[in-house]
Design a binder for this molecule. Structure first.
Ligand SMILES: NC(=O)c1ccc[n+]([C@@H]2O[C@H](COP(=O)([O-])OP(=O)(O)OC[C@H]3O[C@@H](n4cnc5c(N)ncnc54)[C@H](O)[C@@H]3O)[C@@H](O)[C@H]2O)c1
Length: 272
């Protein structure tokens, strides 16, 4: 049971693929907190059919949309406003995909068509969502829009490949569109930079098991789980964070400001 933090609020949640997805956990919590929403994902991702279970549980409707298609997004936003009976108070963009990562291309041998795809799916789609919603005047005053990022936007992680550029772009779009929507309608736009998390997207990154273990040891509070992330998103969608905008919010158990930790010293100290 929640605390009605999102009672009366309406929104769209992108990216719930299966029960490990950050968007899945978020949808469950938004529902518990009294929020109403439409679920969406790329038509291909829906073939698994898993999303129907979530929709049933959360009494939500599903509208397929490829987040790179403006036409799909126009349909999604207009239908969502109709179904939910009013303008949108929150949007979660929980989308990431790189064909180069997926197909294991070396960073010195990127396929540029695929790189464009990575940037479009994982970065530019965030702009498209907001532009479509703005043009349709579908956003409520004091709304909150969140996308999920990763620290590879600031520091290099070789296995993350062109997704690093996609996340840098995503964070930059959050600032630029946050400035626009803030002055226009008091709407806030932020990215949450999440710890490595075991999900379909996360596990596709080379060396993931090693760096999830490294991050765990390098974070005084340990890695933030998908559920922890969902809790943070609830707070960001609630009215308790109305003046937080244009930020990349680190949600990583202290990883990003740690030089070294006792746990790492211990694991790197040679055993006698
Ligand atoms: N898992 C991690 O370690 C981690 C860490 C930091 C940030 N993130 C970010 O969190 C977000 C959610 O990922 P996740 O870890 O929950 O994995 P996930 O695989 O469960 O979710 C990724 C989602 O993106 C959707 N998607 C891909 N292409 C799409 C398209 N063209 N249109 C619409 N949707 C599309 C997929 O169908 C999927 O639902 C992503 O932005 C990811 O980069 C993940």
């Amino acid at each position: 049971m929640g605390n009605n933090l999102l009672k009366g609020k309406r929104g769209i949640i992108f990216g719930a693929l299966d029960e490990n997805s950050i968007a899945w956990k978020t949808a469950e919590k938004v529902f518990d907190e009294g929020g109403k929403f439409v679920l969406t994902n790329a038509p291909i991702a829906m073939r698994m059919g898993k999303i129907n279970e979530l929709a049933k549980k959360c009494k939500a409707e599903i509208i397929p949309a490829d987040a790179t298609s403006v036409e799909d997004l126009e349909n999604l936003v207009s239908k969502s406003v109709e179904i939910l009976g009013g303008k949108l108070d929150f949007i979660l963009h929980s989308i990431g995909m790189s064909p180069n990562v997926r197909k294991g291309r070396d960073y010195g041998d990127l396929n540029y068509e695929w790189m464009h795809k990575s940037l479009d799916v994982s970065g530019i789609s965030f702009h498209k969502v907001m532009q479509v919603a703005e043009k349709q005047d579908a956003l409520s005053e004091w709304g909150s829009i969140i996308a999920l990022s990763y620290i590879a936007a600031q520091r290099t992680y070789p296995g993350y490949s062109d997704m690093a550029q996609a996340k840098a772009l995503l964070e930059s779009i959050a600032r630029s569109y946050g400035s626009r929507l803030g002055s226009m309608k008091n709407i806030r736009v932020n990215t949450i930079s999440q710890s490595p998390t075991v999900t379909t997207a996360g596990s596709g990154v080379g060396g993931f098991d090693v760096f999830i273990d490294f991050a765990e040891k390098m974070s005084p509070l340990g890695n933030a789980t998908a559920e922890d992330c969902a809790n943070y998103i609830i707070v960001m969608f609630s009215d308790y964070t109305r003046k937080v905008t244009m930020q990349n919010l680190m949600h990583d158990g202290g990883f990003s400001t740690s030089g070294i930790t006792d746990a790492l010293v211990e694991s790197l100290t040679p055993k006698e």
